[in-house]
Design a protein around this ligand. Structure first.
Ligand code: F6P
Length: 550
């Protein structure tokens, strides 16, 4: 069904007019005029506290944004997702990551089959396997305990597991080593395995399709590495397991289906960290903690499904993202977690947000006439303050920020947690209120330096607080972003669940690989730059003196 162009909708036009009339109001004035602002623009749910009062909005902005969400069918599309409709239209698939964390007994059907039962069967198998590895019942082929887990995957089959392992490292088994290999650059595999004893190492090959070039290349390298050290094919059964939706390819690779943990085509790669793709997470933190994480995801799912739009955390985050992206014309978003354990959180979000909403056509295939997904980036605080924050405070672009922090530290060290959180709180304040030239002068600053030391402020941010970084809290946080991404996609009328944009590069790489390997250069039919790069690469590779010095 063709939907009306977003920008011609009266609700969009009303927002445009509203922005033209009041979009430049300064946060300084908005706060001064309204002592209840912080209360009114704060929402709490599932243990997360979202303060969005430092966004450049007023009541009318939020009302108009909600009207936009309603006319774009956000409430209906949320329900359609939960019903298991095929809302990933270009791949004709249901989108049911919410079923991965639905409690046993709940019913969600795909083609008449209850998928929650399937999910729980896999979860039980994962738990049994993880207990066996963790308690030493599962031994390597030589009878040694498994002490090293190497997870091989890429994209959604890597970023979620890496992020979750780092985020929940505090809860992990410290007598086991967890390594992750994703890059087809041999360095990744070599560095991850150079100090490991193959007899104590378990490889988890994570790939939804089990055909991804990088993952299969690394999986074969792992196989060769194991065989070289163990000297027998029999070792494979005890040292390799697979996580995939493609049983046939798993078997072809030589992994028995008894050692395969399944997931399904209705789980998108970037929405899969709580499926069997999280096997390394479960091995690290144990089945109980893993289930607590799932409960956190589920709590946010229920909130998302049932809370009214004005108190719905993912919907609010999405509406603010649309406001910043399309009306304030902010092309990027910085996500800055003030927690060292969340050091890979932004990298994980980059795939979630940009592979989902980096789209240029609508669901009906028409060129969009507005900006879609912004660029996500960031680093943990307070490190980021000493690198890129200069631009956020005084640069010429607006960079909305999400600050994430916790009330209680997992590693209390003197008053360091207070220092950390004081920095988080101060950044939002500095960005919103800035410092006027008069304030700078009042400090006795040399007049020539006044412009340099002035902060215009009015730079928007969200602050998300939770009590403590627990598995449950991580689940709620990830689900918050997952659903926010979906709502943004609904408003932009794009398919947030496909990823056709990654295909062209893959096809061309395959063609180029075939041109790099033969001894003699084949006929090249690319553009002149690509042809020259291929020639130069081959020359450098084959030269006895690649640095040009004998
Ligand atoms: O190339 C992008 C992508 O298809 C992602 O969407 C996916 O998460 C990743 O590759 C890995 O895919 P697979 O799990 O099938 O190996």
């Amino acid at each position: 069904m063709t939907s009306p162009d977003l920008v011609t909708r009266p609700q969009w036009q009303a927002l445009k007019k509203h922005f033209a009339q009041s979009g430049q109001q300064h946060l300084r004035d908005l706060f001064a005029a309204d002592s209840t602002r912080s209360e009114r623009f704060t929402v709490e749910a599932c243990g997360l506290y979202l303060d969005y009062s430092k966004q450049r909005i007023v009541d009318q902005t939020m009302r108009l944004l909600r009207e936009l969400a309603e006319c774009c069918g956000v409430p209906e599309r949320i329900q359609a997702m939960f019903r298991g409709e095929r809302i990933n239209t270009t791949e004709k698939r249901a989108v049911l990551h919410i079923a991965l964390r639905a409690p046993a007994g709940e019913k969600i059907s795909v083609d008449g089959r209850d998928v929650v039962e399937d999910v729980n069967t896999v979860l039980d198998r994962m738990a049994e396997f993880c207990e066996q590895v963790r308690d030493g019942t599962w031994l390597g082929h030589s009878g040694k305990r498994i002490r090293n887990i190497v997870s091989i995957g890429i994209g959604g089959s890597d970023l979620g597991p890496v992020m979750a392992y780092e985020a929940l490292r505090h809860y992990s088994r410290r007598d086991m080593r967890f390594r992750f290999v994703s890059n087809v650059d041999g360095t990744d595999f070599v560095e991850a395995t150079h100090d490991l004893d193959a007899n104590e190492t378990l490889f988890i090959i994570c790939s939804k399709t089990f055909t991804t070039l990088e993952t299969m290349t690394n999986a074969h390298a792992a196989r060769a590495w194991l065989l070289k050290q163990s000297g027998t094919e029999h070792a494979i059964a005890k040292h390799f397991v697979a996580v995939s939706s493609n049983a046939e390819e798993v078997q072809k690779f030589g992994i028995d289906s008894a050692h395969m943990f399944r997931f399904w085509d209705w789980v998108g790669g970037r929405y899969s960290m709580d499926s069997a793709i999280g096997l390394s997470t479960m091995l690290a933190i144990g089945p109980d903690h893993f289930r607590q994480m799932l409960a956190g995801f589920h709590a946010m799912d229920e909130h998302f499904r049932s809370a009214p739009l004005e108190r719905n955390l993912p919907v609010l985050m999405a509406l603010l993202a649309v406001w910043n992206n399309n009306f304030l014309a902010a092309a990027t978003v910085a996500v800055v977690p003030y927690d060292q354990y969340l050091k890979r959180f932004t990298a994980y979000l980059q795939q979630l947000t940009m592979e989902s909403n980096g789209k240029h056509v609508t669901l009906d295939g028409k060129q969009v006439g507005y900006a879609t997904g912004p660029v996500y980036w960031g680093e943990p605080g307070s490190n980021g303050q000493h690198s890129f924050f200069q631009l956020i405070h005084q640069g010429t672009r607006i960079v909305p920020c999400d600050f994430i922090g916790f009330g209680q530290p997992l590693n209390a060290l003197g008053d360091q947690h207070d220092v950390l959180m004081a920095n988080l709180i101060a950044q939002g304040e500095a960005l919103a209120f800035g410092k006027t030239a008069d304030q700078v002068r009042a400090e006795g600053t040399d007049e020539a330096l006044v412009p340099h030391r002035t902060f215009e402020g009015n730079r928007p941010s969200n602050t998300i607080l939770a009590a403590k970084l627990t598995p449950h809290a991580l689940g709620t946080l990830v689900a918050l972003y997952e659903h926010s991404v979906f709502v943004q996609g609904v408003i932009w009328n794009i398919d947030s669940f496909d990823q056709w944009g990654v295909e062209l590069g893959k096809q061309l790489a395959r063609k180029t690989i075939a041109e790099l390997s033969p001894k003699t250069l084949p006929n090249l039919s690319h553009d002149s730059s690509t042809n020259a790069l291929i020639r130069r690469y081959r020359q450098l590779r084959d030269s006895d003196h690649p640095g040009g010095v004998a």
